[in-house]
Design a protein around this ligand. Structure first.
Ligand code: NFE
Ligand code: MG
Length: 519
């Protein structure tokens, strides 16, 4: 028996520790732990509700836009204006959010996970004149090799020319991310932490020159997605086809639905680009979705507040010394069951709903590998679904921006109610994201977030059911416990963000700095 401890598991956002017990070359038990304490939810208590949009974006530097979307929907709902968002405001929100999605998916594939498959050392003896490859070669020659090394060895399968091309794309992807930030800035003001998403709509005004600027920049990113990102994912998949059956998950996926296509006040009837729902993998059956079924357990988390609570009445009181606990993440559950969230769930649910762009792309990718849709439930499936949806979102952004109407309203006025409750649920790049607010005396009295990586990377729940990372790892064959490349590939395919996942908590009445010292 060997115990593998990967701490920190790098090339993910935030601080993740993975432990795996290996017996006869197979993982028999895995634990996923978030190890860096954060402090956002309780910072909000007693503040003006409008601060939620500004402060929750600080949960994360990668997907602040997801939190601005969830918090804005949350405030729309608490202020009673969810059905009154003008089209311009709704569309600009989608363009701001979409820009961040493209940034996030390109970041994940090239800069966080590709190095698990691509051997950068192939460029060490590069003699050509390609400026991007010369840059990388000079970087290697300087001898300071992070973030390319250290790494786990033993399973690099691409041909030399494939490795070299992928390294060039790694550098190009950095430029593409710059462009997505510029795109976001056109209607959002800046990245990170856009200033334009506000309750009631958007504070920016569309103009013809902004529309043209957005469209022109977006075309470069669309070309990269079509001509580089998707082909690279297929190329990696063709060299590592075994990863279509490694790392399969918990059997159930969920999506809250994302990118609002109208402002129907009845949220259950509202149209969204990616539909709401759940799916079970074994029979590819669509299941219903009711946000009332969401709860969070804390038996194995460093909290002493109530367990199994709904987020609207959630609590977050830390207890770093709690016996048996091993993570700062809570364990979110739907009707007491473990669910994976993220691109696979979104695209499978869209596929089973017959959403044409998804059906076309999923069938294309699966046809390439002669595989059924259920193989999306795997390490490679997670990468493929992410690339597919990057293309779909970028294609729709190109249409949405042309639907903006200069001179028409962007925003609907509102008043902050004396008391109210709100819920904002959406799909962040990494999966289902929800914010809940209670307002009393015109101020925030409780604010709770349940975040994608909390769903996927959370620990065991009160019943002892392991979380999605843990279940995906258990049963995995490990060739060499000293080089557990299988395990990091599985976990990275989820695109973990521990910064988001641990967005909690300073105990009421204590200063943040004092608590950090005590913890
Ligand atoms: Ni910090 Fe995030 C996304 C959110 S993940 S990246 O996507 O919400 O838990
Ligand atoms: Mg929370």
């Amino acid at each position: 028996m060997a115990k593998i401890v990967i701490d920190p598991l790098n090339r993910v956002e935030g601080h993740l520790k993975i432990e795996a017990v290996v017996e006869n070359g197979v993982v028999t038990e895995a634990r996923s732990a978030g190890t860096l304490w954060r402090g956002i939810e309780n910072i909000l208590e007693g503040r003006n509700p409008l601060d939620a949009q500004r402060i929750t974006q600080r949960i994360c530097g990668v997907c602040p836009t997801a939190h601005s979307t969830a918090s804005t929907l949350n405030l729309d709902s608490a202020f009673g204006i969810a059905g009154k968002i003008p089209d311009n405001g709704r569309i600009m929100r989608n363009l701001i959010f979409g820009s961040n999605y493209l940034q996030s998916h390109i970041l994940h594939f090239y800069h966080l996970t590709a190095l698990d498959y691509v051997d950068v050392a192939a460029v060490a003896d590069y003699k050509g004149k390609d400026p991007e490859l010369v840059q990388v070669k000079q970087f290697i020659d300087r001898g300071s090799l992070a973030p390319f090394f250290p790494r786990y060895e033993g399973d690099y399968r691409l041909k030399k020319e494939e490795n070299v091309a992928a390294v060039k794309h790694y550098v190009q992807a950095l430029k593409m991310r710059t462009i997505t930030h510029e795109l976001l800035g056109i209607f959002g003001g800046k990245m990170p932490h856009n200033m334009a998403m506000v309750p009631g709509g958007c504070s920016e005004r569309p103009t013809v020159d902004k529309i043209a600027d957005f469209r022109w920049r977006l075309e470069k990113v669309r070309s990269f997605i079509n001509d580089v990102y998707i082909p690279d994912v297929l190329m990696v998949a063709s060299r590592y086809p075994d990863y279509f059956s490694i790392g399969s998950g918990v059997g159930k996926y969920m999506s809250y639905g994302g990118f609002e296509l109208d402002s129907n006040p009845d949220l259950t009837k509202r149209k969204r680009l990616f539909p709401r729902g759940r799916v079970s993998i074994k029979d590819l059956k669509l299941l219903d979705f009711d946000p009332e079924q969401i709860t969070e357990d804390i038996k194995y988390s460093w909290y002493k507040s109530g367990s199994g609570l709904k987020p609207a009445v959630g609590e977050t009181v830390a207890d770093r010394k709690k016996s048996g606990a091993y993570s700062w993440l809570k364990a979110p559950r739907y009707n007491g069951e473990v669910h994976e969230v993220g691109p696979v769930g979104r695209q499978l649910i869209a596929y089973l709903n017959g959403f044409e762009p998804t059906v076309k792309l999923v069938d294309y990718v699966l046809g390439y590998f002669k595989a059924p849709p259920s193989v999306l439930d795997s390490t490679l499936g997670r990468h493929a679904a992410r690339a597919i949806e990057a293309k779909i979102i970028s294609d729709y952004m190109a249409e949405w921006v042309l639907e903006l109407k200069p001179g028409e309203p962007v925003h609907t006025p509102f008043e902050i109610p004396e008391s109210a409750e709100g819920m904002g649920i959406t799909e962040a790049p990494r999966g289902s994201l929800g914010h809940w607010i209670t307002i009393k005396d015109h101020k925030i009295s409780n604010y709770q977030a349940v975040v994608p990586t909390t769903w996927n990377g959370g620990p065991r729940d009160d019943k002892g059911q392991p979380g999605p990372f843990e279940q995906a790892l258990e049963g995995t064959k490990v060739k060499d416990p000293n080089n557990p490349f299988e395990l990091v590939r599985i976990v990275r395919a989820f695109d973990p963000c521990l910064a988001c996942a641990i967005h909690v908590v300073t105990p009421k009445g204590k200063e943040l700095s004092k608590f950090i010292i005590e913890a």
